[in-house]
Design a protein around this ligand. Structure first.
Ligand SMILES: Cc1cc2nc3c(=O)[nH]c(=O)nc-3n(C[C@H](O)[C@H](O)[C@H](O)COP(=O)(O)O)c2cc1C
Length: 236
């Protein structure tokens, strides 16, 4: 099969699209009031300490705010927030109070001094900037996650975070998408029948997936990153 050659571009897909909230040192001034910028160039870059990156153009109003305080909050986007997310990606914070326009609420974020979280987001990551790398069109902010705030509705009765309940959206080639149905979990290709039954109830286990070559015993918490993550997520 021959494949078509396309010119190099930012076609990694799907990617998360997030609402990054920030503020300057004086939230009462228009220039430094709490703001939201939509970012698709975001990613996890380290496990210990937990770190993320966001790439932001120098021309964005938020770029200045983040440089001034060295703080920002990454707010995950649910289906309910999709329109607000798009709006915050097409209007500048120098002209619009995006919290007000979208009827969103800035709330204090643990371990941060200036940047607020968006109360309506299912999960917010408080970030402190560690480094800024100038790449060309965008500056990449490398940041440590210093706090997490989650909607209590996402926790099960054992205190485990169930992020699948958040109805998060993704971004692919210029378009927003709902998250699909769960189809597996970390290591499911080699999981035992028992693990499949427990983690994917209702899914028929085919011999190929959990037959002869499958791992007989479930891996210990030490070797299975999914077991280590009790409250906030998976470690990779
Ligand atoms: C889906 C989407 C993704 C975006 N991703 C980025 C991004 O990764 N980096 C960036 O600098 N701008 C990105 N933008 C553009 C900014 O969000 C947009 O210019 C915004 O109005 C800037 O707001 P500000 O001037 O208040 O900071 C994106 C916009 C949309 C709609």
């Amino acid at each position: 099969m021959s494949r078509i050659s396309l010119s190099p571009s930012t076609l990694l897909a799907p990617v998360p699209v997030v609402m990054v909230s920030c503020a300057g040192k004086d939230p009462r001034k228009i220039e430094t009031r709490p703001n939201i910028v939509t970012v698709a160039w975001a990613g996890t870059i380290n496990s210990e300490p937990p770190m993320v990156s966001i790439s932001v153009r120098k021309s964005r109003h938020s770029h200045q705010l983040i440089c001034d305080t060295q703080e920002f909050v990454i707010n995950l986007v649910s289906e309910k927030l999709a329109k607000a997310c798009d709006f915050c990606g097409v209007r500048g914070g120098d002209k619009y109070d995006k919290f007000e326009e979208m009827k969103l609420h800035p709330v204090e974020m643990e371990n941060l001094r200036y940047a607020p979280a968006i109360e309506e987001s299912p999960l917010s990551l408080g970030c402190v900037v560690k480094d800024i790398i100038e790449l060309g069109s965008h500056d990449m902010f490398l940041a440590e996650i210093v706090s997490i705030a989650a909607d209590p509705a996402l926790m099960d009765k054992n205190g485990k975070l169930c992020l699948d309940k958040a109805k998060l959206i993704s971004f692919s080639h210029g378009e927003y998408f709902k998250t699909g149905e769960k189809m597996g979990f970390f290591g499911y290709s080699v999981a035992s029948k028992a693990a499949m039954k427990r983690r994917m109830p209702g899914k028929t286990v085919k011999k190929k997936e959990a037959g002869k070559s499958s791992v007989k015993k479930e891996r210990s918490a030490k070797s299975d990153p999914t077991k280590k993550s009790v409250k906030t997520g998976k470690k990779k």
